[in-house]
Design a protein around this ligand. Structure first.
Ligand code: PEP
Ligand code: MG
Length: 728
């Protein structure tokens, strides 16, 4: 293993040695030549001519099955197995038994190690285990570039270009260089000379790890329950007999302590990819973190590698918390996460900072090296790592085109959004962090149509104090410079769980105890927030909006809280806001059917299209499978919105729309055509939406919509798109 020979010679020697010591006629190593093709790279026993010629796709044949499933296949009668594929060039039809072991590292399969024999033998558990240990060493050596030779399968690792598909959590395109949030620990010594000494090293490191965890627990204090819980889990793992025994066994068979830790970590990662249960995944991820700590203790490689953050960093991480992301702030050009989710708090922050974000980019942290060129295509949900020149230049063209479009939008920034037929549409922006406010100037927004106050709560580890909140709201009003800001009271529950509030286990959180429901049942926080708002807006106009109102009574009860808060401020002799406008979000279909008296009484309404759509179609907005199944321009949904517009007109109730759809130009156009006159969206969408409104005739679009409906179309989109194309 330690020999200095070229990769091919090493592989040949290894297969020879393994066949010899296992007493099998055949030993072969298959490695990936691209993402889904395996190639026979070395063999003892099969036809030598087949080396680098025999290939199979992932999942094809027994070898492909081992690679796809990441688990061993052990059979005395290979040709009888359902997946068996006959490959004449190898001459393998003579061999009966087959044992295939994945060569994998940190949950990523790099290839397959196979032994075969003429007699129909079943390999014992010990033999399987022994070969697994060898496969582990092979994986480490592959990672270190020990098998570099000719052909695509033997290229140096981390050199090839890789395209990863993920899910877009924030649109936009970015080019930059990789910055790994957690620097990778490199194991340079997979095998150890002296197992006895090595076990001692491992034990000493585990002892230090336990000490570290105990100290962290002491420092954590009693208040931060969740943090303590994670540390308790760490402690449990650090003292787990099974975990330590398995690592010691690996070491006693010749692995280095580091390699043994990584073998365990790799298995945990493989399991992590398979379990659907979120709680279990979290625990396995805790174990992964703990393994990293142990590896750092063993290798002496710290968090700081001495690497310098590139000037155009694209953050690559398994996952990241909202606080950590805020620390990086706007220095980041883009973010690529292996886990994460569209609805996570980190995603909320990335969106607020307008940093392109891709989640579920498999293998990102194992493939990327610090400083690699990387392109994030947030529109397509793709990541190009170490792209070749053609991909990079096509991507740069795309960025240039977007920059040009931005320039065009800047030139209409000060213009009001008036359609060709003279309808004036007010375009506002959605915000939630102080960091959003500068966008008011840049985007040309007429105000903040939705200020999601929960973001301030989500990014903290503790409940903010009233004085802090009031200072913050005052700064928001200050930054808005007299433009309207619609403060939405706390919308927590569902996917937005506060780290410091006891999580309630609900069967269906989206339909559960959330938003105004929490605010009315446990009014402490709502009252505190209302006071903070009243104080921040002393002497100025104030607009407050309640989220998720499902029936009239909830709105009344919420207003009663506002009245109480005002009375209290008056009693205390505090100055009050100059004017006060109170309204509700219409996010459940029920509110569209509320009594007329509600429409007369409510100060204004804002349609929360994200929630309204999910409840109208009964399709979870967080669920990738159904999220895009129903079109916003579906005639039934537009029908509902039209009805809301009509009812608001009848009662003279100001109405706006503040879901994500307001920021999509074609959707925004249709909403305006059916009568909405205020749309609130991400700041970056204001330019594109205004640009389309300026060159459209809303009455014509309304006619097209009416006609498509009459024709019994499911969605008005095709007809509207055709109209737009024809009128270009
Ligand atoms: C909505 O539901 O459309 C909305 C704007 O609120 P949120 O996305 O914060 O739930
Ligand atoms: Mg909502």
């Amino acid at each position: 293993m330690a020999s200095e020979d070229a990769g091919q010679t090493r592989l040949d020697m290894i297969t020879h040695l393994i066949a010899d010591s296992m007493g099998t006629e055949v030993c072969s190593v298959y490695l990936f030549r691209d993402e889904d093709t395996l190639e026979l790279c070395a063999t003892e026993g099969l036809q030598a001519e087949a080396v680098h010629k025999t290939r199979m796709r992932l999942g094809e044949g027994l070898v492909g099955r081992v690679a796809r499933t990441g688990s061993a296949v052990n059979t005395p009668n290979a040709p009888a197995e359902p997946n068996f594929r006959y490959m004449p060039e190898t001459g393998e039809e003579r061999y009966s038994s087959f044992l295939g072991i994945p060569i994998q590292r940190l949950g990523q399969v790099l290839g397959v190690l196979v032994v075969q024999s003429l007699d129909a033998r079943v390999f014992s558990a010990d033999e399987v285990y022994g070969l697994e240990v060898v496969a582990m060493v092979l994986a480490e050596m592959t990672e270190l570039g020990a098998f570099v030779g000719e052909g695509a399968a033997l290229t140096r690792p981390h050199q090839q270009s890789v395209m990863m598909r993920g899910t877009t959590a924030q649109e936009g395109a970015a080019e930059g260089h990789v910055w790994l949030h957690e620097p990778r620990v490199v194991v340079t010594n997979p095998v150890a000379e002296d197992p006895v000494k090595e076990v001692e090293r491992l034990r000493a490191a585990v002892e230090r790890l336990r000490g570290d965890v105990d100290r962290m627990l002491e420092m954590a204090g009693a208040s931060d329950k969740d943090h303590r819980q994670v540390l308790e889990t760490y402690r449990m793992f650090a003292n787990s007999k099974g975990w330590i025994r398995r690592m010691e066994e690996d070491v006693s068979r010749g692995l280095s302590a580091e390699a043994a830790v990584e073998k365990e970590q790799s298995e945990a990662r493989t399991r992590m990819l398979r379990v659907a249960d979120a709680y279990l995944r979290e625990r396995l991820s805790d174990l992964d973190d703990l393994s990293n700590r142990l590896l750092r203790l063993l290798t002496g490689q710290g968090q700081k590698t001495g690497a310098e953050m590139p000037g155009d960093p694209i953050l690559v991480a398994r996952n990241i918390g909202p606080g950590e992301l805020l620390e990086y702030g706007r220095t980041l050009r883009g973010i690529v996460l292996e886990d994460g989710s569209v609805g996570s708090h980190a995603a909320v922050i990335a969106r607020a900072l307008a940093i392109p974000l891709i989640v579920h980019a498999k293998r990102a942290t194992t493939e990327a090296l610090n400083g690699d060129l990387i392109l994030v295509d947030g529109d397509q949900g793709q990541v190009h790592l170490r792209p070749d020149d053609t991909v990079a230049s096509a991507f740069r063209d795309k960025i240039a085109m977007q920059a040009q479009a931005q320039k065009r939008y800047a030139s209409i920034r000060e213009e009001p959004a008036v359609s060709r037929d003279g309808a004036r549409v007010h375009l506002m922006m959605n915000a939630g962090l102080m960091a959003d406010l500068p966008s008011l100037e840049g985007s040309g927004a007429e105000g903040v149509g939705l200020f999601r106050t929960e973001l301030q709560f989500l990014v903290r580890n503790q409940m903010p104090k009233r004085s802090e909140l009031s200072a913050l709201y005052a700064r928001v009003l200050e930054a808005a410079g007299g433009r309207k800001v619609v403060f939405r009271t706390l919308d927590i529950g569902s996917d937005k769980v506060l780290p410091y509030m006891k999580a309630t286990d609900e069967p269906n959180p989206a339909l559960g105890w959330r938003a105004i429901r929490v605010g009315l049942d446990k009014p402490g926080v709502l009252r505190m927030q209302l006071q903070a708002l009243l104080r921040a807006a002393a002497g100025k106009p104030l607009t407050i909006m309640f989220p998720f109102v499902a029936q009239f009574e909830e709105y009344r009860a919420a207003c009663a809280e506002v009245d109480k808060a005002i009375a209290r401020e008056e009693r205390l002799g505090h100055p009050l806001p100059e004017t006060l406008d109170v309204g509700a979000m219409l996010e459940t279909p029920s509110l569209a059917f509320a009594p007329k008296k509600f429409f007369d009484e409510v100060g204004f309404l804002s349609i929360g299209g994200n929630d309204l759509k999910q409840f109208f179609f009964a399709a979870d907005r967080e669920n990738e499978r159904v999220r895009r199944r129903y079109d916003t321009l579906n005639v039934s949904f537009l029908g509902l919105i039209e009805q809301i517009v009509k009812r608001c007109e009848e009662s003279d109730t100001p109405l706006s729309f503040c879901g994500e759809d307001a920021g999509r130009p074609v959707e925004a156009l249709c909403l305006a055509a059916i009568g909405l006159r205020t749309l609130s969206m991400r700041p970056a969408s204001i330019g594109p939406v205004k640009s389309l409104l300026l060159r459209s005739d809303l009455e014509q679009v309304a006619d097209i919509i009416a006609e498509a409906r009459e024709q019994g179309e499911q969605s008005v989109r095709p007809a509207v798109m055709k109209y737009l194309r024809d009128s270009e």
